[in-house]
Design a protein around this ligand. Structure first.
Ligand SMILES: [Zn+2]
Ligand SMILES: [Zn+2]
Length: 259
């Protein structure tokens, strides 16, 4: 049921950059000629949909030079191990996320935390979907790799990882300076089934390993020069990252003064 694929799930941001909506999570394809960088990979149940999206974008099997992971939650690494083993795709992430991807530990919202929020609108439908889509499966990445060096990666789109801890401690966003795009993962989203808000926002509190650091990371995001945001959840946002980060901060901490 979850592998159903519609072409409308793909938004072409530019000739190179595509945002794909999975069953509740996005991934991004950065194309350069015949090869591509994939950023995040949906839930485990999104795997067929992920492969179909690559074909729809005109990529052949083996085109993906690397999977970059914003963070190692199941809705972002669902295909990572299969891509690594079956297609020899390196799976790269911030060094602090490497043990999390291996599942040496798990920084994920607990069933108890979800149940305590069950009366909030959208929480139960989201939780049922997450269960069916593999949100609680044990899907470790057995060979996760840290970035080889600081700065732009030698991959299609020359993505620059920027450490933005809080949601998880090794969370990274990816700046695509040539395209003016920021792939923001779960550090800054534009919607979520458990949120009543639309537009730039922080995910609800229960989802963050360290909410204070997530707020600090929004300040870091505000310094990135890009005018399109492709988040882990919600639609693409067109507008400066600086303004979007400020809006998300204001919504998260209405009484704080940010300067
Ligand atoms: Zn997450
Ligand atoms: Zn997520």
């Amino acid at each position: 049921m979850y592998h159903k694929f519609r072409y409308s799930d793909i938004v072409r941001i530019s000739d190179e950059v595509y945002l794909v909506s999975g069953s509740n999570t996005n991934w991004v394809v950065v194309k350069e000629g015949d090869s591509a960088t994939l950023i995040d990979s949906g839930y485990p149940a999104d795997y067929e949909r992920l492969l179909a999206s690559l074909v729809a974008i005109g990529l052949h099997q083996g085109a993906v030079k690397a999977l970059l992971v914003t963070h190692a939650h199941n809705d972002h690494i669902g295909a990572a191990e299969r891509l690594r083993v079956l297609h020899d795709v390196p799976v790269l992430m911030h060094e602090e996320e490497v043990p999390h991807a291996r599942r040496d530990f798990l920084q994920q919202v607990s069933t108890g935390q979800v149940l305590s929020q069950a009366l909030r609108p959208g929480v139960l439908p989201w939780a049922f979907h997450a269960l069916r889509a593999g949100g609680t499966y044990h899907v470790p990445v057995l060979g996760p790799r840290p970035f080889p060096a600081p700065g732009p990666l030698d991959l299609p789109g020359a993505p620059i990882p920027i450490h933005t801890p809080g949601h998880t401690l090794g969370h990274c966003v990816y700046h695509l300076p040539n395209s003016g795009v920021l792939v923001s993962g779960d550090a800054l989203v534009t919607g979520h089934p458990t949120s009543q808000l639309t537009g730039p926002q922080l995910l609800p509190d229960m989802f963050h390993a360290d909410r204070e650091r997530a707020l600090t990371s929004l300040v870091v995001l505000g310094g990135i020069d890009a005018d399109t945001i492709l988040p882990g959840h919600g639609p693409a946002h067109y507008g400066s990252v600086k303004d979007a980060a400020a809006q998300a901060l204001q919504r998260a901490e209405p009484n704080a003064v940010f300067g």
